[in-house]
Design a protein around this ligand. Structure first.
Ligand code: S3P
Length: 182
């Protein structure tokens, strides 16, 4: 993949970026990087604690650093946090360094997937549906503007969605699924 060496997954919380991304990386025989987990490892703290101690601004700074560090590599599948596209520099870097896939999910699908989740500070609110709608209104144009491909996994098993996505990628850009060292 000479021009855009990484494959990045963007999209809202609960769209399946981590689960589909991991399965996709397996199919493509590429390393998988979950940016949220990389941020936690670098900080030595989980995301809720980072938000508590440093606020969302502190988390976004760490997210910017982690994204730049991981986009500097080659050949990986990177699952990004839902808010990564808020920063214009992040969007530019993603477009320069990655083939960007927007994983689409409806608010109903997000609510179902995240029903038992307590690890997302932005969902610590009485009305999750309204919060997810607000975030979607603000962010959907940014996801769409940054993406090379939009893909809706339709709530199926991650392995099934990953296979379908891999098939779409082969059609669009065979380079993406051919390893540099093949
Ligand atoms: C966030 C999404 C989360 C995580 C953090 C903030 C967001 O990642 O980065 O809680 O702003 O949408 P996921 O999209 O993987 O849930």
């Amino acid at each position: 993949m000479p021009h855009r060496p990484q494959l990045a997954l963007i999209g809202p919380m609960g769209a399946g970026k981590s689960s589909i991304g991991r399965a996709l990386a397996g199919l493509l025989e590429r390393p998988f990087i979950d940016l949220d987990r990389a941020i936690e490892a670098a900080a030595g703290a989980e995301i809720p604690l980072i938000f508590e101690l440093e606020g969302e601004a502190g988390f976004r700074r760490r997210e910017r650093e982690a994204l730049a560090a991981h986009l500097a590599g080659t050949g990986a599948v990177i699952a990004c946090g839902g808010g990564v596209i808020l920063d214009p520099d992040n969007r530019q870097l993603l477009r320069e360094r990655a083939f960007v896939v927007h994983l689409v999910a409806s608010v109903d699908e997000q609510l179902e997937r995240l029903a038992r989740d307590r690890s997302r500070p932005l969902l610590r609110t009485g009305d999750r549906r309204e919060r997810l709608r607000e975030l979607a209104r603000e962010r959907e144009p940014l996801y769409a503007g940054c993406a090379d491909l939009s893909f809706h996994g339709r709530g199926g098993a991650p392995a099934v969605a990953a296979r379908e996505l891999a098939g779409r990628l082969v059609e669009i850009s065979p380079d993406l699924v051919v390893r540099d060292d093949d």
